[in-house]
Design a protein around this ligand. Structure first.
Ligand code: 9WN
Length: 419
């Protein structure tokens, strides 16, 4: 059974392979996405190590001069996606968006290196890649944490990778919709509109893009100029974990300065994460930096914090919280608590379960010694695949497939779990 699933997963990945990068899925997402690529590299590493490195190399080749790694690289023109390069207008030679995404690449590099049989070859690739990833991490703290709190803010919901999460509802209330150029969405022609963000949310997404474009994508200005500034525990935890991984790799490469800078960022971030602990809910929650409010939104962003090797009592509490969620749905881990009024079992990041998130939570729990819950989450992920194939995401109650089909990172996670 497992070998059959692995074979199917490899086929999905190969079908979305464009040579030097993969698209998340045909039609809906025809370009290279940042965190999709880093997670897909993990899948490739089990059957084509060279291809795994190439995935990350292609992504990092489009790093901006200031250090940012963009959330989408528009390698080939394609009218099937909105907003395309004509809307972003970032002026990059190969067009990209002007925002970023969760910093998974550092974590991916460490796994690739650890798995590589030919360590000398892996080292050669790492020597090129590691400084780029480190510079990206420094970019984050410099530009998205101007007051040096240890936590970075996202300035657009798309940066979180959890686009229409309830976490962003209040923050988006502060974003106007007046004055934006009329546009036609493309996503709803590929996927069921009831599973996607609303038109009102899209208007706010586009307002932010036009606002940043008006500031010429100058990252020294965007944070303070954005009415939307949200501190996401999951996003920060991924960054912290990747800083840990860069530190380890830098030591292996014999670059002590990079190792200590990376460790310093991780330590400061991990300490600051504690300010996002929400005792009412028994999990971490988002802080709305623009409004100065620690939110009460019970989303998976706060559980994803497990990936940053949080203190043992926090990891235990997160396990308790996930156990509670398991009484409310059959397929862990729902992106929103089913007991909350805002839960919507099929609408994207407002309820559905995503394999990449499950994988990262489990990865963190294993590191924290919480093996039983981690294995439960991973086993549940495979039940979803057996029931509903390689979908973009799943209804956590019925297990139905939602969004796009034949999804690259879902397939990559299956290989990663089974190998
Ligand atoms: C916007 C590609 C991406 C993922 C995100 C997911 C979705 C894009 C969209 O698809 O976002 O970036 O247009 O909906 O939310 O996490 O990286 O798979």
């Amino acid at each position: 059974m497992s070998q059959a699933l692995i074979d199917q997963a490899c086929k999905v990945m190969e079908g979305n392979d464009r040579g030097s990068y993969t698209v998340p899925t045909h039609g809906l997402y025809p370009f290279q996405w940042n965190w999709d690529s880093a997670l897909s590299a993990l899948g490739f590493s089990h059957f084509d190590m060279d291809r795994a490195w190439v995935e990350v190399e292609t992504l990092m080749a489009h790093q901006w001069e200031d250090g940012m790694v963009p959330h989408i690289v528009f390698h080939e023109p394609d009218d099937g996606y909105f907003p395309g390069p004509d809307v972003w207008q970032t002026g990059q030679s190969v067009p990209t968006t002007g925002i970023t995404q969760p910093a998974v690449a550092g974590l991916a590099l460490r796994k690739l290196y650890n798995r590589a049989e030919d360590k000398a070859a892996a080292r050669t690739r790492l020597v090129e890649l590691l400084p780029k990833v480190h510079v990206w991490h420094q970019w984050f703290y410099r530009n998205r944490d101007p007051e040096n709190t240890g936590l970075v803010a996202i300035i657009h919901p798309w940066e979180s990778g959890r686009d229409n999460s309830v976490d962003w509802d209040e923050g988006l209330d502060a974003v106007p919709t007046e004055g934006i150029a009329p546009f036609t969405r493309r996503d709803t022609t590929h996927a069921n509109p009831d599973h996607r963000p609303t038109d009102d949310q899209y208007q706010r997404y586009i307002w932010l893009v036009e606002h940043f474009r008006g500031l010429r994508w100058d990252n020294t200005k965007l944070h303070d100029a954005s009415p939307f500034r949200l501190v996401d525990p999951g996003f920060n935890a991924i960054l912290i974990r990747s800083c840990d991984d860069v530190a380890e790799l830098a030591e292996i490469l014999g670059v002590p300065a990079m190792a200590s800078e990376a460790r310093e960022m991780a330590t400061k971030g991990r300490e600051a994460l504690e300010s996002l602990w929400n005792a009412n809910l028994g999990q971490y929650t988002c802080y709305n930096r623009a409004a100065g409010i620690l939110q009460d939104t019970p989303t998976v962003g706060g559980l994803l914090a497990a990936i940053a090797q949080v203190p043992p009592e926090r990891a235990e509490a997160l396990v308790r919280r996930i156990a509670l969620l398991s009484e409310r749905c059959d397929y862990l881990v729902p992106s929103h608590d089913p007991a909350d009024d805002a839960f919507d079992s099929k609408r994207y990041w407002r309820g559905p379960t995503w394999l990449v998130v499950n994988y990262m939570i489990a990865e963190g729990l294993i590191q924290s010694g919480q093996e039983a819950m981690a294995q439960r989450i991973l086993a549940g992920s495979l039940r979803l695949i057996e029931k509903s194939g390689f979908a973009e995401y799943y209804d956590p109650i019925s297990g139905e497939p939602c969004g796009g089909g034949d999804f690259t990172w879902t397939a990559a996670m299956v290989i990663e779990i089974l190998k």
